[in-house]
Design a protein around this ligand. Structure first.
Ligand SMILES: *[C@@H]1O[C@H](CO)[C@@H](O)[C@H](O)[C@H]1NC(C)=O
Ligand SMILES: *[C@@H]1O[C@H](CO)[C@@H](O)[C@H](O)[C@H]1NC(C)=O
Ligand SMILES: *[C@@H]1O[C@H](CO)[C@@H](O)[C@H](O)[C@H]1NC(C)=O
Length: 366
């Protein structure tokens, strides 16, 4: 008992000491917007003063939304706590955070589109910025978690989330909630794997209560990827899933290929021309009611392998491998799902096969 409270005290002390210097992984200060404006700072749902929401600075038409609030015949629900914000046309929110110069960070946030069709968000930490499409909804609640990564140019990061939209109705802007951050530690290749982060263990922060996984948006390059070393070069996102809420073949994390051939993940490995390699990986399902016949297509340079997987939607996986001879000093390893799948419990959410434990190793010629 005494020992327990002593070590708790120790943990608290460490937590306090580190937070003085730098932010540790988790929700940003008031990242879930539970601390709201004073009634005098509001007109209806609109927030009138730029410093009215603690820890944030607002620009433009920003609304403070309470869970359960109605918009037309739509009921607005909120994923983290009871409150969220909505960004009108050209509106933005920002927060300054102490970070460590040179370190890569991944931001995770929840977003939901409301009435507008083609919604996008521009996330930036100068000089980096990224436009994230949010028109494809991957969860039945309408809220999805998105990840975006940047490298800190100095010890202060000014995080800006901006709605570049120009809708006629400003109340059609995207809802934002649960903004969190995590420092990324770029993995290195080992003598057991030429690929880096092959088990997807290093990746964006997943909010503890989030049951949807985190989307890694399209057009992500490997130097600024929230999923270190991997690229998402396709048109649609891939989904990062955790063992707390999904079935994962190996370790604690995996990726779900949620949008057929439009959802591809890739990594370029250094190889020796003429040398034989084996690419091995696990193909499974995330235990998320994603049922049916699936095929994962794996590519290594010019070679391909189609791996069929019959999913009952209840978790499980199989292993596959392919042998190939490298024809270049750089071999591109890529995966996508041949088919589109839909969850059988809501018939509205895109889902797909899971891949994990991707390994590339050179072998001696037989
Ligand atoms: C951020 O860093 C500055 C300068 O080192 C320091 O004065 C400030 O207290 C820090 N802020 C937080 C929230 O840790
Ligand atoms: C996104 O925001 C950044 C920073 O404000 C800006 O430089 C960039 O041009 C914006 N991109 C788009 C497409 O609006
Ligand atoms: C997670 O959900 C539980 C129960 O709904 C709630 O008590 C808790 O505060 C939530 N935690 C976070 C970090 O939102």
């Amino acid at each position: 008992m005494e020992r327990g409270s002593l070590s708790l005290l120790f943990v608290l002390l460490i937590a306090t000491v580190t937070s003085v210097f730098c932010f540790t992984d988790g929700m940003l200060p008031n990242g879930d917007f539970e601390l709201g404006p004073k009634p005098s700072d509001m007109k209806g749902t609109q927030v009138l003063s730029k410093n009215a929401i603690p820890s944030w600075e607002l620009l433009g038409f920003v609304e403070y939304i309470k869970s359960g609030q109605k918009q037309g015949d739509m009921l607005l629900v909120v994923p983290a706590g009871k409150f969220a914000i909505r960004l009108g046309n050209e509106a933005s929110i920002k927060q300054r955070l102490n970070v460590t110069k040179g370190v890569y960070y991944s931001l995770t946030f929840s977003a939901a589109r409301t009435c507008a069709q083609d919604e996008r968000l521009n996330i930036s930490v100068a000089p980096d910025s990224g436009v994230i499409p949010i028109q494809t909804v991957y969860s039945s609640s309408g809220w999805d978690l998105y990840a975006w990564a940047f490298q800190a140019e100095s010890n202060v990061a000014e995080i800006v989330i901006h709605n570049p939209g120009e809708e006629e109705d400003p109340a059609c802007g995207p809802l934002i909630d649960g903004v969190a951050i995590k420092a990324l530690y770029p993995p290195r290749p080992t003598n057991k794997n030429i690929l880096k982060n092959g088990g997807f263990e290093e990746g964006p922060y997943i909010l503890p209560n989030a049951t949807t996984g985190v989307l890694v948006p399209p057009f992500i390059e490997d130097d600024h990827s929230p999923l270190p070393s991997w690229m998402v070069e396709s048109l649609k996102a891939i989904k990062y899933v955790d063992i707390e809420h999904f079935s994962v073949p190996q370790g604690r994390r995996a990726v779900e290929l949620v949008a057929g051939k439009e959802s591809a993940i890739a990594q370029v490995a250094r190889t020796i021309v003429g040398k034989t390699y084996v690419l091995s990986f696990a193909v499974g399902d995330a235990n998320n009611a994603c049922e049916g016949s699936m095929i994962v297509e794996a590519f290594a340079g010019r070679d391909t392998l189609k791996v069929p997987y019959q999913s009952r939607g209840k978790g499980g996986f199989k292993r596959a491998s392919m042998r190939f001879v490298a024809v270049s000093t750089r071999t591109r390893v890529m995966f996508y799902s041949t088919f589109y799948s839909m969850r059988s419990d809501d018939f509205s959410s895109l889902c797909g096969p899971v891949i994990d434990d991707v390994k590339l190793l050179g072998v001696r010629k037989p």
